[in-house]
Ligand binder design. Structure first.
Ligand code: SF4
Length: 243
């Protein structure tokens, strides 16, 4: 069977992907990774993302946003510049949930746009072969920046959580990825030891949930083991999305 030559875009994507694997410490191409890359190298690079969303989904997510309004339900409202509700495809099959906005996110009103955001985009686009805007939706457990990037406090998480729950139920993705301990602990309603529990499937309201390291943790502890762990977790997510 004749194999069609690769186009310029496909070659660039392949080069980026190989660089990403090298960055994760691979010295040869892992078979599973090769398999999913082949499947994603079809015209649009992104694998098909089966979804449950109905035509009502966007309106519902918009309704959640409208209900949140110019929220003053917790003390973070007094120091924030912008509410960071979430961004991406409201019908996405995959939702990433992080901890809270940082300075860049607060400035722009968008989640994961700073250094950690760039790392997350790299994981999604180079590591998973997906398109961040088209294939995923990204939000946080609190929608306003905790001052000085401190951890969100329990009362702030509690005040904001109903909106996270409504967001997730409006989107009803096929898979949720919890980025870091606070996101995983909030969604699962118990303290999660992320170093022990990452990579192990959990469930949130009947939706498979994968806990993994937060991209900011990866930047802080930039080891081959950590990078490879996240890539392994994302491979599991891709496998689940294909089922
Ligand atoms: S963090 Fe959530 S609950 Fe608190 S003010 Fe912001 S939007 Fe409202």
């Amino acid at each position: 069977m004749a194999i069609a030559p690769m186009g310029h875009d496909q070659l660039r994507e392949l080069k980026n992907y190989l660089k990403f694997l090298k960055d994760c410490g691979y010295t040869e191409i892992p078979v599973r990774a090769l398999t999913f890359k082949r499947e994603t190298s079809a015209p649009d690079t992104a694998p098909p993302m089966p979804r449950k969303a109905s035509s009502q989904t966007q309106a519902t997510l918009e309704a959640v946003h409208a209900e949140l309004g110019d929220c003053t339900r917790c003390k973070l409202s007094s120091t924030r510049k912008n509410i960071v509700f979430g961004s991406g495809n409201p019908k996405a099959g995959l939702v990433f949930v992080g901890e809270g906005p940082g300075a860049d996110e607060d400035e722009q009103g968008l989640p994961f746009v700073g250094r950690a955001g760039k790392k997350l985009t790299e994981i999604i686009e180079k590591g998973m072969g997906l398109n961040r805007e088209k294939d995923t939706y990204i939000c946080n457990i609190v929608k306003c920046r905790p001052p000085g990037n401190r951890d969100p406090e329990a009362d702030e998480i509690a005040a904001c959580q109903p909106f996270l729950v409504k967001q997730l139920l409006a989107i009803r993705p096929r898979v949720i990825v919890a980025l870091g301990k606070p996101a995983a602990s909030t969604l699962l309603g118990r303290p999660v030891a992320i170093t022990k529990e990452r990579g192990i499937w959990q469930e949130y309201e009947g939706i498979p949930l994968m806990p993994t390291f937060h991209p900011a943790y990866l930047l802080r502890f930039y080891t081959v083991e950590n990078r490879r762990a996240v890539l392994d977790d994302m491979n599991k997510v891709l496998d689940r999305l294909k089922k």
